[in-house]
Design a binder for this molecule. Structure first.
Ligand SMILES: O=C(O)CCC(=O)c1ccccc1C(=O)O
Ligand SMILES: [Mg+2]
Length: 372
């Protein structure tokens, strides 16, 4: 694969709603769009790092710096035959997974386009239709959460995830169960807002038949999660604690979780996502595709990885129109049936960039070429 030019653009897309987690809230999606040009095709990737370092240690600025100073020069320094070569090239650089993932994902897209196959097929996907869920943020009142749950159920979403934090947890789950019943596939995501001091709250949540409780404890822990998992019947799902397949192996070995949320950006790219998928499959641990409020580019990558067989729990890949008045791809990622998305069969991510929309949201850009 001959890489001729790499374009980095910072985009700021207004969300249709305020999205709140236990670590903060946002109304603007501020991210980097990556375009890798080579041999007449363009591959697209998205950095899911947020502008502030409260989900992980990366930010829009650290990603741009790492790309410009280290990762893009690395890509231009050696021949790249397959996307797996990118993973090997980046391995000596510590962490900075979202920066690595955005470039690696764009090269997976470019590779698939050059081969004339869909990204899903290139990854070994087996599904042509995927079940998806929706992630509902913290709202000022339980009533407002219930309104969003009602709309989500009307759209047929196959999993309802609600964000929780101390003081806004049991009453939310209880409210949903009372209003919509025990059959709603329901989960809670704490984003590390609790400690073992909150064991009583965890044991209360354990009574509501949740599919899972996601990342209740510290973002860098698997020990206390193992102690907590031993006291709950509800599976713990790890998100922030899992940065690669080795973390997943250790968490499974310790019994820290029963489910793993794979986010392509958090684990450094699609190659590592496949490694975690395969490891979990061999241990009977189901995985699902988490979200980072992606634009259509990142959303398309999430659809592709979700087509792999052990993604057996619906992910957070809701429809573009839930998030954006105008997405940067056309068509947007939209439901083709209640709670279901089609896996594109066209080459690459299977969506076309809406350059006018990109221009509307772009606030900064730079272009990089190999040295002559
Ligand atoms: O993309 C979506 O709709 C879900 C997003 C989401 O839940 C999330 C968004 C930002 C940071 C962390 C998380 C999370 O899943 O923990
Ligand atoms: Mg999460």
């Amino acid at each position: 694969m001959k890489l001729e030019r790499i374009e980095v653009q910072q985009l700021q897309m207004p969300l249709r709603f305020r999205f709140e987690t236990s670590f903060g809230s946002t109304t603007i999606k501020d991210f980097l769009l990556i375009s890798v040009h080579g041999e007449g095709a363009v591959g697209y990737g998205e950095s899911v790092a947020m502008p502030t370092p409260f989900y992980n240690e990366e930010t829009t600025e650290t990603v741009w710096y790492m790309m410009e100073k280290f990762l893009i020069p690395k890509l231009f320094s050696q021949p790249i035959e397959t996307p797996e070569d990118v993973d090997r090239l980046f391995a000596p650089i510590r962490r900075n997974n979202m920066a690595k993932s955005a470039l690696e994902g764009a090269i997976w897209d470019l590779y698939s386009k050059q081969k004339g196959i869909s990204l899903a097929k290139a990854l070994g996907g087996t599904r042509s239709l995927i079940d998806v869920g929706i992630s509902i943020g913290i709202e000022p009142t339980v009533g407002e959460v219930l309104q969003r749950v009602e709309r989500a159920l009307a759209d047929g979403y196959k999993k309802i995830k609600v964000k929780i934090k101390p003081g806004f947890d049991v009453q939310v789950i209880q409210g949903i169960r009372e209003r919509f019943g025990d059959s709603v596939p329901l989960m809670a995501d704490a984003n590390s807002a609790y400690t073992m001091e909150h064991l009583d709250i965890m044991k209360e949540l354990d009574q509501y038949g949740l599919i899972m409780i996601e990342q209740p404890l510290a973002h860098d822990d698997i020990i206390d999660h193992a102690k907590l998992q031993a006291q709950l019947k509800t599976p713990i799902c790890l998100d922030e604690s899992i940065h690669n397949a080795e973390d997943a192996r250790k968490a499974i070995e310790l019994g820290s979780c029963g489910i793993i949320n794979i986010k392509i950006g958090r684990v450094g790219g699609l190659t590592e996502s496949k490694r975690i998928h395969d490891l979990c499959e061999s241990h009977g641990i189901p995985v699902w595709c988490g979200g980072m409020v992606e634009s259509g580019v990142g959303r398309a990558h999430n659809v592709a990885i979700t087509s792999l067989p052990n993604f057996t729990i619906p992910g957070d890949t809701a429809a573009s129109s839930r998030y954006w008045d105008l997405d940067i791809i056309e068509p947007g990622v939209e439901l083709v049936a209640p709670g279901q998305l089609a896996v594109p069969e066209q080459p690459g991510i299977g969506y076309t960039l809406n350059q006018q929309a990109v221009g509307k949201y772009a606030v900064r850009s730079a272009s990089y070429r190999p040295a002559k």
